[in-house]
Design a protein around this ligand. Sequence first.
Ligand code: HEM
Length: 203
Amino acid sequence: MLQKIKKNLDVIVYVILPLILLTITIFFPEYSLFKQYGELAWQLLILVLFIKPIILILGVKQLMPLLTFRREIGIATFWFAIFHAGNMIYNLKMYQLKDYLGWNNFVFWGALAIIAYLIVSATSNNLAMRKLKRNWKKIQSLSYFIFSAVLIHIALIEKEEAWGFIALFLAYWILKILEWKKFKLSNFVLQFINKDEKTNQNS
Ligand code: HEM
């Protein structure tokens, strides 16, 4: 059943979604829409990166099947990011290298994120997994760089909300460290309950 859903989702994210975005771009070239593509790409990116540590740390088995669709969610974020960036470049006529230079230039970080997105998405398939072997995981970990670069891209636009972005960045890395240390909230709670029961028995 999950494999059937995954197959259908593959057709949607690899074929139908880019065709829809292309059609909208041609017939409804709205600047506000292209900005929203950026928002959607960012929100889906947060979902695809936070879903694994949260599910593994919470240890809620019922949510595990959601991890099956991470690749499809990842490809969807890629298309929204590409159509956002492409239309912004076209609308704002950003055709010169100088438009992209400078550490405090938000476009610089957006462009870095798009380059990393192209590498990660081009290798988000079974063939690349087989061919690249151990290097595949290393390439996919570029997703962490994409998260950081997009976060800086947006934080440089919305400077007044910089603290919120710093908190999100820290929250992600705390979750990742807990995930890598195989921390499970259920085990922690159980340990706590057992300890409590022992204290009560001794008292
Ligand atoms: C070459 C790459 C990119 C370019 C040229 C670009 C360009 C822009 C521009 C010009 C804006 C400001 C829009 C405005 O306020 O009028 C913007 C905002 C935004 N971009 Fe990008 N962008 C790029 C890559 C990305 C990527 C990869 C993502 C996400 C995955 C992204 C997400 C966003 C978001 C969420 C905003 C909205 C910030 C807000 O709420 O004001 N951008 N981008």
